[in-house]
Design a protein around this ligand. Sequence first.
Ligand code: BG6
Ligand code: MG
Length: 219
Amino acid sequence: PIKALLFDLDGVIVDTAIFHYQAWRRMANSLGFDITEEFNEQLKGISRTESLDIILAHGGLVLSDEKKAELAAQKNEWYLELVSQMTPANILPGVTDFFAQVKAAGLKTALGSVSKNARLILERIGMLDDFDAIIDGTKISRGKPDPEVFLKGAAETKAQPDECVVFEDAVAGIEAAKRGGMLAVGIGEPAVLTWADLVVGSLADLTLDEVLTLAPTHR
Ligand code: BG6
Ligand code: MG
C-alpha cells in the first residue's frame, strides 16, 4: 500500500520554475546570449551550480571558479527578488485540495527538492507545516536524477520506496523517482515526462484515489 507522497517544490507546489528560468535568462543575457524555454526544460530539478555549468557551456563560455560563484550568487539574488513577491496565492491549482485529501487519508508527506531556498518559499506560501519531512538542497550531497533526495524522504516518513509516490515536473526528477524504485506522477506534458507512470497537467486533474490505485508502467 502507498504510505507516503513525496513532492517536488518548484513547478509542483508553486510555479517558481518560471522564476528560475527568468533569473537564469537575465544572467545569460547579461553575458551576451539567450536561453529558450525549451532549453530550460533540462535545468528543471538540477542544482544551482550544475545549472550554471550547463548554461555557460550553452553560451560557449569557460569561466573561473570565482566568476562562476559570483554569477550563481547574482542569479540567486535576482531569483529571490521574484520570490519575495510570492504569497499563498502562488500555490499551484489543486495543491490545497489535494493536500486536504492526503491528510484526511492519514498519509505521510515529504518535500523532495534540490533547492536551497525551499524552506523560505514554503514559509512565504504558508505551507511549512504541511510536510512531515523536508528534504532540500541543504540535506543532500547528490542532486536529481540521483534518487538520494527521495530515498531520504522515504526514510524520514518511514516508508519503503515501493510505498511512495513522487510528484515531479522535471525529467531529472522523474528519473530520480524511478531509479529510487518509486511510482512517479508527472506534472506537465506526457511527451516530455516519458518515464512517469502517469502525467497530468496539474494536481487539480487528479484525485487521491487515482494515485492510490496507480500501477507502474514501463515506458
Ligand atoms: C530545483 C529547480 O527545484 O531547484 C532548479 O527545479 C533549481 O531549477 C534548483 O536550479 C536549485 O534551486 P536553488 O533555489 O537552490 O537555486
Ligand atoms: Mg521542479
